[in-house]
Design a protein around this ligand. Structure first.
Ligand code: PRP
Length: 185
């Protein structure tokens, strides 16, 4: 285990189990349809890479960039979105893929953009959900699992862009973002 991690919340086998059950539901719900998958950069990439390889439906893959945390452990609430890479979404079924749904600010902004581009539907698939922190009325159709309000990293989730490469999801030691062991920003 990485020395900056206090405890592992989900190991590789547990994550695989969660991904498999999400993929199973998506395969069933979108059977016979074409799904436009939109990954929300950067946190979703590891989860997304595993999820799409379990999908058997007809699908395409695009990305949108969103950023709200900066070098902090809580969302700033101000979301910067870059949708330049998105294609025409008119009448398409969209699945927005997130690593974590926290205040809901990111997804609220992205849903506006996606519906503004004429999407027929825009469902949300998130690996983790922190319902206790919600500020916007966003609900995810596909939730891997609810988690407590702890700062988690790994499997794509970061602190200050670090730890995305950890194959498990763990709680970051508080001294990493406060005090003398704080990593450089
Ligand atoms: C994180 C996460 C979600 C968002 C969730 O992204 O990946 O996109 O915050 O928070 P919210 O529900 O409060 O909006 P972040 O801004 O840290 O960028 P990253 O994906 O590049 O790490």
């Amino acid at each position: 285990m990485h020395t900056d991690i206090a405890e592992i919340l989900f190991d590789e086998a547990q994550l695989e189990c969660i991904v498999n059950s999400l993929a199973e539901r998506i395969n069933k719900d979108y059977s016979g349809k074409t799904l436009e998958i939109i990954g929300i950069l950067k946190g979703s990439v590891v989860f997304l890479a595993d999820l799409i390889r379990k999908l058997e439906i007809d699908c395409t893959l695009d990305f949108i960039t969103a950023s709200s945390y900066g070098a902090k452990t809580v969302s700033s609430g101000k979301v910067r979105l870059d949708a330049n890479m998105l294609p025409d979404l008119k009448n398409k079924h969209i699945l927005l893929v997130e690593d974590i749904l926290d205040t809901g600010s990111t997804l609220a902004g992205i849903k506006n953009i996606v519906y503004g581009k004429g999407a027929f539907s825009a469902a949300v698939c998130t690996l983790f959900n922190k319902p206790s922190r919600r500020k916007k009325p966003i609900k995810a159709e596909y939730v891997g699992t609810d988690i407590p309000d702890k700062f988690v990293v790994g499997y794509g989730l970061d602190y200050n862009d670090r730890y995305r490469n950890l194959p498990y999801v763990g709680v970051l030691k508080p001294e990493i973002y406060t005090g003398i062991n704080k990593i450089k920003e």
